[in-house]
Write a new protein. Structure first.
Length: 263
């Protein structure tokens, strides 16, 4: 009799706990979500010539946009399946973590800090940090910025490396490169510190801006994903695209077309 009561009790507990069957957490796989949705959502820059910008017809274009299109083509074996979402250096991580985008192709460097919270593809370009000044400036290199004011764009790797390299610099941050250039030209600071690739683009558009020749870091650009198992399949596909287009010369050709010189 006692045995029966105990068995009944155990059974009741199982039913009420909902533990009659072990519940398995469904495995999230971003690639499955993308194929079900029928398009891949990719975060790209629009203020970073020649990596991500709008052409005169308002169409997103640039080296990162071409790479994003190649990724879409590889996933769907079809063109035109990419939805572009504009991101800035300061909001790109937030847009990735909040699942507004599936991945970011946005001049993003792999850094030890970022590797702790995100996954990255293999690098698809190597940039280096440099200094942009107004024509005629007395600043000839990074060290000259000690005791002076320098502009960075929020959320970039130069934000942390500049402070480490030039301890007495005053740093002023802006959200976009357009705002940064405007501030430099208005004399609010002595220089902008960022990647050479981005600064070259800015200096090409304005004869009053000069890019100094020295590079101060190695910035491997890679596609960024949410960290973990959910991104594994996606990372594999993107790495295939990158490695195959290095092998067949597509990426080198794009670099030439956009006038991007390898560092
Ligand atoms: N590559 C640098 C970074 O990842 C700067 C790029 C940018 O401004 O987007 O922080």
């Amino acid at each position: 009799m006692y045995k029966k009561i105990i068995l009944l009790l155990i059974f009741t507990i199982f039913i009420f706990c909902g533990c009659s069957k072990p519940q398995k957490e469904p495995v999230v796989n971003t690639l499955d979500d993308i194929t079900k949705r029928g398009e891949v959502i990719i975060g790209i820059k629009t203020d970073t010539y020649p990596f991500g910008f709008k052409d005169k017809n308002g169409k997103y274009t640039g080296y990162d946009i071409d790479l994003a299109n190649m990724i879409g083509q590889e996933i769907f074996q079809e063109k035109g399946k990419v939805k572009f979402v504009p991101v800035t250096a300061s909001d790109r991580m937030m847009k990735l973590f909040s699942e507004d985008v599936d991945m970011i192709v946005a001049t993003m460097s792999v850094t030890p800090t970022r590797l702790q919270i995100m996954d990255f593809s293999d690098p698809y370009y190597i940039a280096g940090q440099a200094v942009l000044v107004k024509k005629g400036s007395k600043i000839k290199g990074l060290r000259d910025l000690n005791g002076k004011k320098a502009i960075i764009v929020f959320g970039t790797s130069s934000e942390s490396s500049l402070r480490a390299a030039v301890p007495r610099v005053s740093i002023i941050g802006y959200k976009t490169y357009n705002e940064a250039v405007k501030a430099l030209k208005q004399g609010k600071a002595d220089a902008i510190v960022s990647d050479d690739t981005i600064l070259i683009g800015l200096s090409l558009k304005d004869a009053n801006l000069v890019l100094l020749p020295k590079r101060y870091s190695r910035e491997p650009y890679a596609v960024a994903f949410r960290k973990g198992q959910e991104s594994e399949d996606l990372v594999r596909i993107v790495n295939n695209v990158i490695n195959e287009s290095v092998r067949n010369g597509t990426l080198q050709k794009l670099q030439k077309n956009y006038g991007i010189k390898k560092y």
